[in-house]
Design a protein around this ligand. Structure first.
Ligand code: 2HA
Ligand code: ZN
Length: 278
């Protein structure tokens, strides 16, 4: 007797709704003009199978790096050249669900990327970051990249030493130290979309969840979409305050190192060593 399997429409999948909401919010902030920005979200197979026949591979796309540590893993990813502005009105063209092949040298498209689309040009960085974050945090799931305006601006005006950059952000909003006690990683300027920028970013991601790409944007990592968005939002808010402080003529007073230390103790976080002078 034939069994009829009914699947729910993928449009109702919580992970798809989260992608739509987040890309829309990032666009609304002005951090993802044109095709700027990309997101990848690690999915459990049990989250995917109510919506998709995972035995049906639509296309297989080769990759020129080794992602075998992620073999068999599922992601929903934004598309290469696609605009965050358009995700909500046409998710199936602008997003895709992919699975990393067994040899880690290609990915299989299971849904989306309609009309010949492929995953984000920053897929090397995304997958390398996922590998690194999973090696230090088994609950890790999200990598997010955007062109956060004030963080980019700060990469022109502020010294690019991680400790000094982090300290400035911590000073600009009291909650920063609590949200990213490990600070911000900074890589040199490198051509985007390359394995080289992926490797440099992933190396930083072993110790931090925020990595600044000078004169380009920011990468964030987290366990949930909300947490990752919130992390970037918090750093960008601090950078915006910095912009305004500079425009108002610079600091006359600030949060002292002793106060930052007291904050860390109250919220039970460990500030990255080498930043506070206590
Ligand atoms: O996807 O943001 O870094 C476009 C970009 C590349
Ligand atoms: Zn970018």
């Amino acid at each position: 007797m034939a069994m009829i399997l009914t699947r729910n429409s993928i449009e109702t999948a919580p992970f798809l709704q989260e992608m739509i909401e987040t890309t829309t919010n990032l666009y609304r902030h002005g951090w993802d003009e044109r095709n700027g920005g990309n997101i990848s979200y690690l999915l459990n197979q049990y989250e995917v199978i109510p919506y998709l026949d995972v035995t049906k591979v639509i296309r297989t796309i080769p990759m020129n790096f080794d992602a075998s540590a992620l073999a068999g893993k599922y992601f929903i990813v934004t598309g290469s050249g696609k605009y965050f502005k358009n995700v909500k009105q046409d998710p199936a063209s602008n997003l895709g669900v992919i699975r990393i092949s067994e040899d880690g040298r290609s990915y299989e498209i299971l849904w989306g990327f309609e009309n010949g689309g492929v995953a984000t040009s920053e897929l090397p960085t995304h997958l390398m970051n996922h590998m690194t974050r999973l090696s230090v945090d088994k609950n890790h799931r999200v990598i997010m990249h955007c062109h956060a305006t004030n963080l980019i601006a700060m990469s022109f005006t502020h010294i690019l030493k991680e400790e000094e950059f982090t300290k400035t952000l911590w000073e600009m909003c009291t909650e920063c130290l609590v949200v990213f006690p490990e600070g911000v990683g900074i890589i040199p300027w490198i051509v985007p979309g390359t394995n080289e920028i992926g490797e440099a970013t992933a190396e930083k991601m072993e110790h931090v969840r925020l990595v600044l790409w000078p004169h380009h944007g920011i990468f964030g990592a987290g366990n949930t979409m909300d947490e990752t968005f919130g992390l970037i939002e918090t750093a960008e808010k601090a950078a915006e305050v910095y912009t305004i402080v500079c425009a108002q003529g610079g600091k006359k007073q600030t949060i002292s190192d002793e106060q930052l230390q007291a904050l860390a103790e109250a919220f039970k976080v460990v500030p990255r060593p080498g930043i506070l002078n206590i």
